[in-house]
Design a protein around this ligand. Sequence first.
Ligand SMILES: [Zn+2]
Length: 338
Amino acid sequence: MSNIIRTQGFIPDQMLLRVGRMTGDPAYTRTIYKTSLLTQRTALNSIPYRVAAGKADRQIYDCRNTERLPGFKVRFEGEKEVSDQIVNECYKVLGQNRDFLKAVLGINGLDDKGSNFIGSVHYGKDYENAFSNGRQMVLGDGGKIFRTFCTIVIIGHENFHTRIALHCDLEYQDESGALNESGADAAGCTNDMWVLKIKSADYHWLVGKGALDPSINGVALRSMLHPGTAYDDKILGKDPQPDRYSKFVHTYADNGGVHTNSGIPNRAYAEYCINAGGYAFDGPFQVWDQVYNGSDHISSTANFQDFADHSMVIASRDLPKSVDALRKAWAAVEITVK
Ligand SMILES: [Zn+2]
């Protein structure tokens, strides 16, 4: 069980800081502070990443713009639609995440023991982020820049952090932290492709598509296939993600660039899926999941090379016809594997 606590939500702190500075709106920096309080509170309540025992049921709560979790019960498994559309959307998306994990990985709940899928909407006032504390999803309403957090890519991303925490538990710092972020992006996008039944070669590979206001010059928060091209905007700045290892960004910010350098393994995953052909959820994602969460998963301090080497071992074992596709994908990001 994890003792490593992430202190960032889906929108990276660095991005919130910049938006706060450029807009003069205090909501963004307050969101960083509130998120760190949330994680600290989870930690003080003993075990972080304590999943919610149950029958893989959906439970949606409404915080009514307070910061009390989980909030007021509003729609539980099997109950009919309510008038608040964000509640219905959260219910639907958590179902898409649960059903994907079951169909593609064969797991029942994030812990494979039927942990419930809990979501709290309308969290806080002007809370500009989405967050999982292991036990549940927490969704703010968003505002002018970040329009919505209730999408399958975002919820699939956040919940995969919990799955990682239950297995390899990658430290949220430097290369291991970037691998933690990258796995979450891979899971979110693959969940989306599964919902859409779309092939890897036909997918946009964007993380957070539709989350940015149309006034922003950008298409998403990140591009898995073309890191560094998601946005270039006066408020957000330019997408800082590198697309290969020689462009690795050395920084103390963002837990050592976890949301920046994730561009490197992100691109490796996207290229692997495309090179392998067909559907990402029909082989490549299962290989990736085994690297993070299999019985012989990578260690909590794995770096990119460790991850790449182990992915080759798993692919040789589980999907041998994809080995050349995988080697080519790692070569594209300048990581050499045997
Ligand atoms: Zn993340």
